[in-house]
Design a protein around this ligand. Structure first.
Ligand SMILES: N=CN[C@@H](CCC(=O)O)C(=O)O
Ligand SMILES: [Mn+2]
Ligand SMILES: [Mn+2]
Length: 321
């Protein structure tokens, strides 16, 4: 694979306990080509080092360094995983010569491989164009099974990312691309978006969401005091699909929590509401794969966005298994 690099072992360092007290001591770096079906439950981290989509979308570049920064922050976190759970770093997809489409294709292949090898993939970005590759990797895997299975996408985001790709693909077009391809194949497009900002999506995007039957919760309602209603929405959505793919765009969080993103949200959501929704989604037993998008270390303050991403990951990996 031309757009793939093996895991970088130097990322994984921190306090040494020699008792697996920290995640850098737990992680095993294994290249994609060497990943095999585990005897135990296994999580595979994979980077998507690409901000070409952000650049094409006229955003602030820097997310190319996102995956490395998140892994580096996660390394120092405590390890509470059971010995029966494995945690792998399987390297990263890198975008070479601005060929984002080739990087997305390779991401797609990598996700399919991970699922075939019975890993739970967690992809770390990188621009939200990551979703197009990630989704297609899940779809290829599920389409290879005898029984057709549907995918529901839950996106925590300030933005719909439903921009038309008539002038090319970018970080604002992935869900539109998926919707159009679903239509072509006569598949339903199952998309739930949590935290949409009215002041960050123009009228045409709301019209596109309506046209494509996108379910969404606006940022002013995506708050802890409405948790019961939000959980009802999530459960109703999950009921209609066989598998769920979760994507977390860090720019949906208030910039008080996540300044290190390409397009910040001063009035975005809180980590608490996202954790609650993740609990509900994981509890459904349908979550197949997950990613965290738009980490941009260039604009981070004191590493807090990287730490938020790592903290989310810490919660997720300790909840799925
Ligand atoms: N992935 C991000 N997409 C947003 C970016 C918004 C912005 O640049 O302000 C979008 O295209 O709507
Ligand atoms: Mn997004
Ligand atoms: Mn966004």
């Amino acid at each position: 694979m031309k757009h793939y690099t093996n895991p970088d072992t130097t990322i994984w360092h921190g306090r040494v306990s020699n008792k697996y007290l920290y995640l850098h001591e737990k992680v095993r770096c294994i290249p994609l080509s060497e990943i095999s079906e585990p005897p135990k439950k296994s999580i595979a981290l994979l980077g998507y080092a690409c901000d070409e989509g952000v650049k094409r979308n006229q955003g602030r570049i820097g997310a190319v360094k996102g995956p490395k920064t998140i892994k580096n922050s996660l390394a120092k976190f405590p390890n509470h995983l059971a010995n029966t759970v494995l945690l792998h770093d399987t390297g990263a997809i890198v975008c070479k010569n601005g060929d984002m489409e080739a990087a997305q294709k390779e991401l797609s292949k990598a996700v399919t491989i991970l699922l075939e090898k019975k890993q739970f993939p967690i992809v770390l970005g990188g621009g939200h164009d990551m979703t197009y590759g990630h989704y297609n990797g899940i779809k290829t895997y599920l389409d290879s099974k005898k029984n057709k299975q549907t995918i529901g996408i839950i996106n925590f985001d300030a933005h719909f990312d439903l921009r038309q790709n008539t002038n090319g693909n970018n970080s604002g077009t992935p869900f539109y691309q998926i919707a159009m391809e679903s239509k072509k194949e006569d598949n339903t497009f199952n998309y739930l978006c949590l935290g949409i900002r009215k002041d960050a999506n123009d009228r045409t995007l709301f019209e596109a969401a309506k046209e494509l039957d996108v379910k969404y919760v606006l940022s002013d309602t995506f708050q802890m005091q409405f948790l019961d209603e939000i959980n009802t929405w999530i459960n109703a959505f999950i009921k209609t699909v066989d598998k769920v793919y979760v994507t977390i765009d860090l720019d949906g969080f208030s910039s008080a929590y996540a300044p290190g993103v390409s397009a910040p949200s001063p009035m975005g959501f809180t980590p608490e509401i996202v954790l609650e929704c993740l609990k509900t989604t994981i509890g459904s037993g349908k979550l197949i794969s997950l990613d965290i998008a738009e980490m941009n270390p260039k604009f981070d303050i004191d590493g807090q966005t990287a730490k938020l991403a790592a903290s989310l990951l810490h919660h997720i990996i300790h909840t799925i298994y």
